[in-house]
Design a protein around this ligand. Structure first.
Ligand code: GUN
Length: 282
């Protein structure tokens, strides 16, 4: 038996088309402001991609690019201005930030109503309590949408997440718990990782280590979700999972690229539109 490849790119395009249709009907277009600090190559590529997708669907986007030496207070002032600006519906501060800037303070300063990443403690707290946040982190949202799109049962299933970041692992654990999964979160200090992953009905890897997960880590017929974006020794984009090795053993698998990545951007556009609607009582 071979696995079904979960086509994240096609599904993301479908969602993006729906967003385009909805945005087209709006007189005043939603607006996203992205704050980029410094010259990190990967961050610049991500931000360009986000801008391109916004343009495609008719969401207005503005990138504010600052020198890596920008003072924290200046950045805080800019965020406060954006919070007050009624033309701005969504604010994204691209992570990581330079080490002299307190990322938590930056995130806490963004209005929860404009927090397109779902990183603000207000929104994470609502998620933790299974209440309704204004937004939920884009990658976890995208993963949930993909599981639903492929009719993969979550209720009662053992989901093992590798990685406990604020961007993926933690919000994903909460989201899946809210969907009645039994969730285990593994991380760099976890002992006996392999024994745990072998019990996963759904294994989600978000650690950033190329090809760490091979067939010995997984249960027969498991669902494998690969959030890793790594470069292998030939500089080729690759996930955390050894795709060819697990392919015969698993039931479903997301490829890298064209798996989870496109869904993250689709969810960013969806969150922007949803925040716009909330702010305008639509
Ligand atoms: N850096 C890597 N992923 C993300 C993301 O989803 N949002 C932000 N703001 N920064 C990131």
């Amino acid at each position: 038996m071979t696995a079904t490849i979960i086509d994240g790119l096609s599904y993301a395009n479908k969602i993006i088309n729906n967003i385009k249709y909805e945005v087209n009907k709006l007189k005043v277009k939603p607006k996203l402001v992205v704050i980029l600090v410094g010259n990190d190559n990967a961050s610049q590529i991500y931000v360009k991609n986000k801008q391109k997708r916004c343009l495609e669907v008719g969401i207005e986007s503005e990138v504010l690019h600052f020198d890596e030496k920008i003072k924290q207070d200046k950045l805080l002032d800019i965020i406060k201005q954006l919070n007050e600006d009624i033309r701005v519906n969504a604010i994204l501060v691209q992570m990581p930030l330079p080490s002299h800037i307190n990322s938590n303070l930056i995130i806490e300063t963004i209005s929860p109503l404009k927090d397109v990443d779902g990183f603000h403690p207000y929104n994470v707290g609502k998620l933790a309590l299974n209440m309704t946040p204004y937004s939920v982190a884009c990658t976890p949202c995208g993963i949930l949408k993909l599981l639903n799109a492929y009719n993969i049962e979550i209720k009662g299933k053992h989901v093992v997440i590798i990685g406990r970041s604020n961007i993926v692992g933690r919000p994903l654990a909460l989201l899946l718990l809210n969907n009645d999964a039994t969730v285990t979160v593994c991380h760099s200090k976890t002992e006996n990782l392999k024994q745990i992953t072998q019990t996963a009905d759904i294994l989600i890897s978000a650690i950033g280590k190329a090809h760490l997960i091979n067939s010995t880590f997984i249960k027969e017929n498991a669902v494998i979700i690969d959030v890793g974006i790594n470069r292998d020794k030939n500089n080729k984009l690759t996930g955390d999972v050894d795709f060819n090795d697990v392919f015969e053993k698993c039931n479903f698998i997301t490829p890298v690229p064209k798996g989870v990545g496109p869904m993250t951007i689709a969810m960013l556009l969806q969150n922007t539109l949803d925040l716009y609607k909330t702010q305008n009582n639509i």
